[in-house]
Design a protein around this ligand. Structure first.
Ligand code: GLA
Length: 384
């Protein structure tokens, strides 16, 4: 039996207010940053060799061509400070400048990680009282991106100081003269989406950590609804990095993960071992029609336009007038699901194209219906 969806809200989309952009540099991250980050797969075991292998894979397997540019080292690269207070990499990283040069030689960019607190989340050296020096060091090494993770800052600052603490590092980065994407990681505390851009954030985590299970990924992803007014070119909501290919979800669940993240205009930071991925994983990560939704020049974050129990329809307006639509089934059995074109602000018939399979499905009058597998999705582009 056909499900009838309850329409919630009108089809008009709020375009991200440019006044929210504040101090964030819109030339950095004009579209959501794309790349790879070491944490979700390697965690604290990461080495310079893993980072080089990720860069090698991105440069040669089609990921760079699909838009993945940043190769980001997460926690656990830090050693001790020298007698001048300069941070040194630990023995797993050795010569940081050589690693940076290697990644740059592949036509890619590279990111680093620190905390405003004395220690990172994994207990390594943080930037507390060394902000200026660390920013200069990152620029000297040639880094292009910094993820700045609250962690032990909780011990030395009040939450009310958080915006100033982030601004301090942003100002230090600006003073280096090097363009460095600034990624705030403080798990969404204090409704960061309301002030992240004003302290120079190009992206800010909106949640606690993701993991490689459907329940966690889907709660995070579907809970982003309502944050769309705060995202736009240069300043993005970040529902955390991708788990695609890490093995904890099935194919439909990873398609849901990727489809939801592109509709959310989320940063796309692959979190798997790129040197060992299956062709199926590479296909999910590099589908160009799907990535184009994420990277669309209008930079509008999509939102839920209809819901009936576990069935949800999400939509994201695109440059050129089309609308990306995700038909999601969060339920435990397969279900048909309909998107009504009037809920998209469209009047009559429209053309529908399946983005995962690259197929024109034809012209439909007033609505489009598809069978959606358990935990799965159909992602289409609807154009009048
Ligand atoms: C926090 C962050 C993660 C990761 C780890 C590293 O949990 O949210 O993304 O950076 O710290 O220790």
């Amino acid at each position: 039996m056909m499900k009838t969806l309850i329409r919630i809200g009108c089809a008009a989309f709020m375009i991200a207010a440019s006044s929210l952009a504040g101090a964030s540099d819109p030339t950095l991250a004009a579209t959501p940053p794309m790349g790879w980050n070491s944490w979700n797969h390697f965690a604290c075991k990461v080495t310079a060799a893993d980072v080089r292998a990720a860069a090698d894979a991105i440069a040669s397997d089609g990921m760079k061509d699909a838009g993945y540019i940043y190769v980001n080292i997460d926690d656990c690269w830090q050693g001790t400070r020298d007698d001048q207070g300069r941070i040194r990499p630990n023995e797993k990283f050795g010569d940081m400048k050589a690693l940076v040069d290697y990644v740059h030689s592949k036509g890619l960019k590279i990111g680093i990680y620190s905390s405003p607190g004395p220690k990172t989340c994994a207990g390594y050296e943080g930037s507390y009282r060394h902000e200026e020096q660390d920013a200069q060091q990152y620029a000297e090494w040639g880094f292009d991106y910094l993820k700045y993770d609250w962690c032990s800052a909780e011990r030395v600052y009040q939450r009310s100081q958080m915006a100033d603490v982030y601004k301090k590092m942003h100002d230090a980065l600006v003073r280096t003269g090097r363009p460095i994407v600034f990624s705030l990681c403080q798990y969404g505390y204090g409704r960061v989406w309301r002030w992240g851009a004003s302290v120079g954030g190009n992206l800010w985590r909106t949640t606690e950590d993701i993991n490689d299970h459907y329940d966690r990924m889907s709660v995070i992803g579907f809970d982003q609804n309502g944050l769309e007014p705060f995202a736009g070119p240069g300043h993005w909501n970040d529902p955390d990095m991708l788990e695609v290919g890490n093995g904890g979800m099935n194919h439909d669940e990873y398609l849901t993960h990727m489809s939801l993240w592109v509709l959310l205009a989320a940063p796309l930071l692959a979190g798997n071992d790129l040197s060992k991925m299956s062709p199926e994983t590479l296909d999910i990560l590099t589908n160009k029609e799907v990535i184009a939704i994420d990277q669309d020049a209008r930079g509008i974050q999509g939102r839920r336009i209809a819901q009936e129990g576990p069935l949800e329809v999400w939509a994201k307006p695109l440059a050129g007038g089309g609308i990306a639509v995700g038909l999601f089934n969060r339920g435990e059995s397969n279900n048909p699901l309909t998107v009504n074109f009037k809920d998209l602000g469209l009047k009559a018939s429209a053309n529908v194209r399946d983005l995962w399979s690259h197929k024109d499905l034809g012209s439909f009058r007033t609505s489009y219906t598809a069978d959606i597998p358990r935990h799965g999705v159909v992602l289409v582009k609807v154009s009048e």
